[in-house]
Design a protein around this ligand. Structure first.
Ligand SMILES: NC(=O)c1ccc[n+]([C@@H]2O[C@H](COP(=O)([O-])OP(=O)(O)OC[C@H]3O[C@@H](n4cnc5c(N)ncnc54)[C@H](O)[C@@H]3O)[C@@H](O)[C@H]2O)c1
Ligand SMILES: O=C(O)C[C@H](O)C(=O)O
Length: 329
């Protein structure tokens, strides 16, 4: 085992996602069995006692890869020297709430955390935002961290990507392992556009294999896009274990690379690719290598896809303008 631990910060560590995420991180799901991990856990003061209990449980697992755990409510202390920051802590959406309702409540959190990361994170830091509204929270954090390259920020659409794979596998009676090149475009919200026109099932075009445009439009896309709300409705609280799993999938691919012949969906700062307005945190198909991502270029976009991609961009522009108005960016 290498001796220098990778320092990984998790915010909202005493929350529901944290309760699944921390144990996966500590047991090596992100960095593998040979790399020790140091967990830096941030919470609000009233949640620190509960977090102490979670740390007792982490201790009791005796994970060989867990080099140490530090907890606290001071972002500058917790983010000091971190190589990866997973920003999960935020107020989750309750029944009947839209993500827009969360902009103001969560904006302040991501302003402060962007500033703290800017001041004390390691030079190689990567920042993944899971807390909703994830794309715009990432935009706020990025805008408040001028010394960190913009490419180091991303928001989580990997859960949507994984949901799309699961739906497509169920529809076609295939294995999830056979499905590649799914794309989630845009916002992690009900306007997202899950795209199977470039996807493959066992090497064949997925949309052609399905051969049912009505299912794509009326079933697949809304099911994936509204899955978060369906889970809130069924569970009474938002997805947690699947969100933690997707947070790990996204960070693992970012740090270690996407597999050959596949890509991942990641919400990253737009460079204008596919006519997405520059500067938005928009989910694209990306390949990753050595901790860097690249937007997959050259995909053909038909009129149907264009309309969906523009609609989700329009929502992100509205969110951006709202947080600008609030003085958060
Ligand atoms: N992007 C996605 O795919 C996805 C999926 C599921 C959930 N989410 C979002 O993830 C977030 C967390 O969900 P959860 O179910 O764990 O919620 P939760 O309420 O169980 O936990 C959130 C935790 O964040 C903490 N917190 C609040 N403000 C904080 C701050 N300033 N600093 C540090 N911690 C703070 C709270 O004390 C709480 O313990 C929510 O915003 C939820 O909507 C995103
Ligand atoms: O939809 C939500 O608010 C929860 C979460 O983002 C999800 O997709 O499960």
């Amino acid at each position: 085992m290498s001796t220098t631990p990778v320092k990984v910060a998790v915010t909202g560590a005493a929350g529901q996602i944290g309760y699944s995420l921390l144990f996966r991180l500590a047991s090596g799901s992100l960095l593998g069995p040979d790399t020790p991990i140091q967990l830096q856990l941030l919470e609000i003061t009233p949640a620190l006692k509960a977090l102490e209990g979670v740390v007792m449980e982490l201790d009791d697992c005796a994970f060989p890869t867990l080099a140490g755990v530090e907890i606290g409510d001071d972002a500058e202390k917790i983010f000091d020297g971190v190589n990866l920051a997973l920003l999960v802590g935020a107020r989750p959406r309750g029944p009947g709430m839209e993500r827009g309702d969360l902009l103001e409540a969560n904006g302040a959190i991501f302003t402060a955390q962007g500033k703290a990361l800017n001041a004390v994170a390691a030079d190689d830091v990567r920042i993944g935002v899971t807390g909703n509204p994830a794309n715009t929270n990432a935009l706020i954090a990025m805008s408040n961290a001028p010394d960190i390259p913009q490419e180091r920020f991303s928001a989580l659409t990997r859960l949507d990507h994984n949901r799309a794979i699961a739906q497509l596998a169920a529809k076609t009676g295939t294995s999830v392992a056979d499905i590649k090149k799914i794309t989630i475009w845009g916002n992690h919200s009900a306007t997202q556009y899950p795209d199977i026109f470039h996807a493959e099932i066992a090497g064949k075009n997925a949309a052609e294999t399905v051969g049912d445009q009505a299912w794509i439009e009326n079933d697949f896309i809304p099911t994936v896009a509204k899955r978060g709300a369906a889970i809130i409705e069924a569970r009474g609280s938002s997805s947690a274990a699947s969100a933690a799993s997707a947070t790990i999938d996204a960070a693992r691919d970012w740090l270690h690379g996407t597999p050959e012949g596949d890509w991942a969906s990641m919400a990253v700062v737009s460079d204008g690719s596919y006519d997405v307005p520059e500067g938005l945190i928009y989910s694209f198909p990306v390949t990753t290598k050595g901790g860097d991502w690249e937007i997959v270029q050259g995909l053909e976009i038909d009129e149907f896809s264009r309309g969906r991609m523009d609609a989700t961009a329009a929502e992100l522009i509205e969110e951006r303008d709202a947080v600008k108005e609030l003085g958060l960016i």
